[in-house]
Design a protein around this ligand. Structure first.
Ligand SMILES: Cc1cc2nc3c(=O)[nH]c(=O)nc-3n(C[C@H](O)[C@H](O)[C@H](O)COP(=O)(O)OP(=O)(O)OC[C@H]3O[C@@H](n4cnc5c(N)ncnc54)[C@H](O)[C@@H]3O)c2cc1C
Length: 460
């Protein structure tokens, strides 16, 4: 009996393994050398055919897992996810605003249902290491081998880059007392609790510099919180402290909504640099520059602070040791989702190095597309990464701005291949009759979009 892949892993040098097993179809050798030999505790038995391991059961990972299974039912797909419960960031601002019928049940799902329905394995565990030479992922429960590895781990916060003067203890204190609520879970609930318990006074939302997840989210959030304060009769304002001069997405549409719907409630302050936060005194210190470039320091007391720090790619990308851009996003080949460093590694979701929006819709689009490409490759078929490009409405992002009646604004993005990467070209429509960006029709479309994408991922 010849050596199987696992035997080789146990007895041989890891570089021998790569040469011996060769991976699937046209996949060539990974580049990274593995320095150490390791005894493995395996998470599950070897697959009969090809195995696709997906890190991250979020918007990108779940779309991809389903797509691979649908397009190549023979392949084994395993989703590794550290959370026990799916919690959605999209639509979560309407939960903060307490729109009709939006409760936690609307935002959460179990992972077992879709795994059963679409035929992939779900394992709740934390990914702690990736050995590309051995094609092995290490997790909190054990190790797992892959033929194809897909990374869709989402974002992490970069408090340390934005506030180098803060130590780890200050960062964790601020993160708890002024939750960013840009990574789904406890932060959203803590933030909601703070809004429910607040006295009269201001809610401050900070918007960072650089690429961050869902650029319209802070402005939609401002509208939903302003509505909540009005509904509850809370005296105070929603103050947006933005690193940019204008809202960083759908600028005209949000400014119109702030002005028409919440003129005395929402205050937008642009070109702000956050200097310090005192969670005991409930004060935030920021600077602005006047026309003569003189810095002015402001001390702003708050009731509730939503400190959204700079974002960066989730550390799982660095764990894989693949080439990245300065933000930490994976550099990808051409218009596809394969890492430039390793043909066996795909990346989708917020961590792609393409110039497309960091949205759930983009992650879903990329997950489906990359899933199809992986399925074709495993089936020995040719893959055309340019198929259907340019792609109209690849991203459609709605933001609820009004509550009574529900009104929303939207942006659509066409994805085109330009200068060696995918790029999103945005368009923010206006209603021809009213001349306004926001409509009740888009309000209904926001709910329909959310229902649609959830049912696409979860089958219910
Ligand atoms: C307030 C808010 C509103 C938004 N609204 C919209 C909207 O209306 N429309 C829209 O299209 N997008 C919206 N988004 C953006 C959307 O949520 C993200 O772009 C999308 O979730 C990205 O998908 P992803 O797969 O890259 O990451 P995620 O969906 O975050 O999934 C990543 C998963 O990886 C897991 N993970 C991370 N590290 C590990 C590890 N080491 N081991 C195991 N698992 C790990 C995480 O737990 C997570 O479940 C919004 C975001 C926010 C914050």
């Amino acid at each position: 009996m010849g050596l199987n892949r696992r035997d080789v892993l146990k007895v041989g040098g890891l570089s021998v393994v790569a040469a011996a097993i060769g991976g699937c179809g046209s996949l060539t050798q990974p580049e990274a050398p593995s320095k150490t030999q390791k005894t493995h505790m395996w998470l599950m038995p070897q697959p009969k055919g090809n195995r696709v391991v997906v890190v991250g059961g979020g918007f990108g990972g779940l779309a991809l897992a389903k797509s691979v299974r649908q397009n190549n039912p023979e392949s084994e797909v395993v989703v590794l996810e550290r959370r026990d419960l799916f919690f959605s960031c999209p639509f979560s601002n309407t939960y903060l605003g307490e729109l009709d019928d939006v409760d936690l049940g609307v935002l959460t799902r179990d992972y077992y249902g879709p795994a059963k329905e679409f035929g992939y394995r779900f394992v709740q565990c934390e990914v702690v290491g990736i050995d590309r030479a051995a094609k092995t992922v290490s997790t909190s429960l054990g190790d797992i081998e892959y033929d194809v590895l897909v990374l869709s781990p989402g974002i992490a916060y970069a408090y340390d880059q934005q506030f180098p003067q803060w130590d780890a203890s200050k960062i964790s204190r601020v993160a708890q007392e002024a939750p960013a609520a840009m990574i789904a879970g406890s932060e959203h609930l803590a933030f909601k609790r703070q809004l429910e318990q607040m006295d009269d006074g201001d809610v401050v939302i900070t918007v960072p510099f650089g690429k961050y997840r869902c650029p319209p989210a802070p402005y939609e959030r401002a509208c939903m919180i302003a509505h909540y304060m009005e509904k509850e009769g809370i005296e105070g304002k929603v103050i947006i402290l933005d690193a940019a001069k204008e809202p960083q997405a759908k600028a005209g549409a949000f400014k119109e909504a702030f002005n028409d719907l919440f003129k005395d409630r929402i205050v937008f302050v642009g070109e702000v640099k956050i200097k310090e936060v005192d969670v005991e005194a409930k004060e935030i210190v920021y600077t602005t520059e006047d026309e003569s470039f003189t810095l002015k320091e402001h001390v702003l007391p708050y009731q509730v602070l939503n400190l959204i720090p700079q974002n960066k790619a989730n550390p799982v990308i660095a764990m894989a040791g693949i080439e990245t851009n300065a933000w930490g996003g994976a550099k990808l080949k051409g218009a596809g989702f394969v890492s430039v460093s390793d043909p066996s590694v795909y990346v989708v979701g917020d961590c792609v190095g393409h110039g497309i929006p960091a949205s759930g819709q983009s992650a879903n689009w990329a997950g489906k597309r990359a899933g199809k490409q992986i399925a074709s490759r495993l089936g020995g078929k040719a893959v055309d990464e340019m198929v259907e490009l340019p792609y109209k409405n690849a991203n459609m992002c709605y933001s609820m701005v009004g509550a009574d009646p529900e009104e929303a604004v939207m942006v659509t993005h066409e994805f085109v291949y330009e200068n060696g990467m995918l790029v999103g070209k945005g368009f923010v429509p206006k209603d021809a009759t009213s001349g306004k960006f926001r409509t009740t029709q888009l309000g209904r479309a926001t709910r329909e979009w959310y229902r649609g994408i959830m049912s696409d991922m979860f089958g219910v």
